[in-house]
Write a protein that binds this ligand. Structure first.
Ligand SMILES: [Zn+2]
Ligand SMILES: [Zn+2]
Length: 226
């Protein structure tokens, strides 16, 4: 901790109007802002201090010193490894040939595919191209969803919106909702069918275990070997 620098009005009575951090010089506290001289001093004294150990921070944009931030990162990564191991222990384990090659999966290390995600055949190819020591031991199976409009609820909310700002019984007195639904349904179904964007979610219930022979599971074209 560096001793704060007291800022005093020139030509005044020596009254401290603010304290600057003794390390970086940022004005970090004032009796006006912090409520008392003691608190203003403390704010300036702690300006460049690590919020965990109180030691000096090495970087201006972190609240922690390097040692504490490395320790925290290590703890977070140990915790996420522990959670991953727990998920894997609970999951149903299948081999790649038990899953359709077009199914979506993800590499838990997020290295292969597109941020880890890809279709199984592509990911298996990538696994085969990866140095043995770097290969993931398993992939998570994924579910995928495309944007979807439910025709019935779409029509209901259209009618509801149309009746907003109308008298209380307006909604109940509207007519033709079924005809509207019948007319609009084919267009909505066509829209649903046309969507190509997918949102993937990891399905932690199923792990696709690769084993040492993942390479043997695909032929040159990336297709599953029967
Ligand atoms: Zn500072
Ligand atoms: Zn620290």
């Amino acid at each position: 901790m560096s001793e704060p620098i007291a800022l005093v009005k020139s030509g005044g009575d020596g009254e401290v109007v603010a304290f600057a951090c003794g390390r970086c010089g940022t004005v970090a506290g004032s009796p006006f802002l912090n409520g008392s001289t003691e608190r203003a001093f403390k704010a300036a004294a702690e300006h460049c201090a690590c919020t965990i150990c109180g030691g000096e921070r090495d970087r201006p944009f972190s609240t922690l010193c390097q040692a504490c931030s490395e320790k925290r990162r290590a703890e977070q990564s140990a915790e996420s490894d522990r959670m991953e191991a727990e998920r894997f222990a609970k999951a149903r384990k299948v081999s790649p040939d038990e899953v359709p090659m077009s199914a979506w999966a993800c590499d838990p290390d997020e290295r292969l595919g597109n941020d880890g995600y890809g279709q199984l055949d592509g990911l298996l190819e990538a696994v085969a191209d990866t140095d043995e020591s770097e290969r993931p031991a398993y992939l998570w199976r994924c579910t995928s969803r495309r944007p979807f409009i439910d025709a019935k609820s779409a029509v209901e909310s259209m009618v509801e919106q149309a009746c907003e700002d109308h008298h209380d019984e307006a909604h109940d007195e509207t007519v033709g909702e079924n005809a509207l639904l019948a007319a609009i349904t084919p267009a909505i179904e066509a829209w649903n069918a046309a969507q190509t964007t997918h949102t993937f979610e990891v399905d932690y219930s199923t792990a696709i275990v690769l084993g040492a022979t993942a390479e043997d599971a695909v032929d040159e074209d990336g297709k599953a070997v029967a």
